[in-house]
Design a protein around this ligand. Structure first.
Ligand SMILES: Nc1ccn([C@@H]2O[C@H](COP(=O)(O)OP(=O)(O)OP(=O)(O)O)[C@@H](O)[C@H]2O)c(=O)n1
Ligand SMILES: C[C@](O)(CO)[C@H](O)COP(=O)(O)O
Length: 239
């Protein structure tokens, strides 16, 4: 990356919320599910704003735009809504396309990508990610050590113990210099390559991925158990 620290322009977050939430179940998109009466997507936007994000591009399933508009009615920062794609990567790409088209966001140099499902990410994680990009990192991810002992399985052979001391679980928001993220997604689209997160997209073009400390609270609401935990922690004032 260039040497200029990205300080003046607003930080933009692409909040991907276009998944169906099949593991969670229910008739509404996961990001619209409520914890203590507040939709996950609204919680995500609130936490991002508290950490320094100035504008959100919220990527939603086509046909659900009005419902998301309503859910984000009290958002603390401006939110643009755009339709997503079949895979998370396509949804991020659609968000990036809007970023590129949106004249008002032309100056944005720091771009975050966040799972709406990680609705309780603490603001200090967001602050760390932004600070690392502003300090010159191309791609930044919050990460945590792995708590369980890990075994690698194969179809036919025995399982094998993996040294977990060198493993990290990766969270969001992930932060990027704008050009890095745009170029990475363009390259993935051209080659037809699918990745599971945006750090892997940046790495695809040879960029180094910088790790900062994540947080347990940034867990991804994935299945019904996670929603029960979230409700309980919010009720106890711990989220
Ligand atoms: N085509 C997709 C798929 C996922 N996501 C978003 O990516 C984030 C991480 O995905 P995940 O938690 O796996 O959500 P779902 O894909 O909705 O869950 P599931 O796999 O259980 O259906 C979520 O905020 C989800 O809304 C998205 O924007 N577009
Ligand atoms: C982006 C992510 O949350 C980082 O851990 C993860 O890769 C999303 O995976 P999913 O299978 O789309 O939930």
């Amino acid at each position: 990356m260039g040497e200029s620290p990205h300080t003046a322009a607003p930080v933009v977050a692409i909040v991907v919320a276009a998944g169906s939430g099949s593991r969670l179940g229910g008739e509404h998109p996961k990001a619209l599910r409520e914890v203590a009466g507040v939709p996950l997507v609204a919680r995500s936007v609130h936490q991002l704003a508290a950490g320094g994000v100035g504008v959100c591009i919220v990527v939603v399933a086509a046909g659900t735009e009005d419902a998301f508009e309503a859910a984000l009615g009290d958002a603390p920062v401006p939110c643009a809504i755009v339709a997503g794609g079949a895979e998370r990567q396509h949804s991020v790409a659609n968000g990036l396309a809007l970023l590129d088209l949106h004249g008002g966001l032309a100056g944005a140099e720091v771009v975050l990508v966040h799972d709406a499902a990680r609705a309780f990410v603490p603001p200090d994680v967001v602050v760390r990610v932004i600070a690392a990009v502003r300090a010159g990192a191309d791609a930044v991810v919050p990460a945590l050590p792995v708590a369980d002992t890990i075994r690698e399985v194969t179809d036919d052979g025995p399982s094998a113990l993996v040294d977990r001391s060198s493993l990290r679980a990766v969270q969001t928001p992930q932060g990027f210099a704008r050009a890095v993220l745009l170029d990475a997604h363009e390259a993935l689209e051209e080659s037809g390559t699918l990745v599971t997160d945006d750090a892997a997209a940046a790495e695809y073009l040879g960029h180094e991925v910088t790790l900062v400390a994540g947080a347990r609270e940034a867990f991804k609401v994935t299945d019904p158990f996670d929603l029960v935990i979230a409700e309980a922690l919010v009720a106890r004032g711990q989220l």
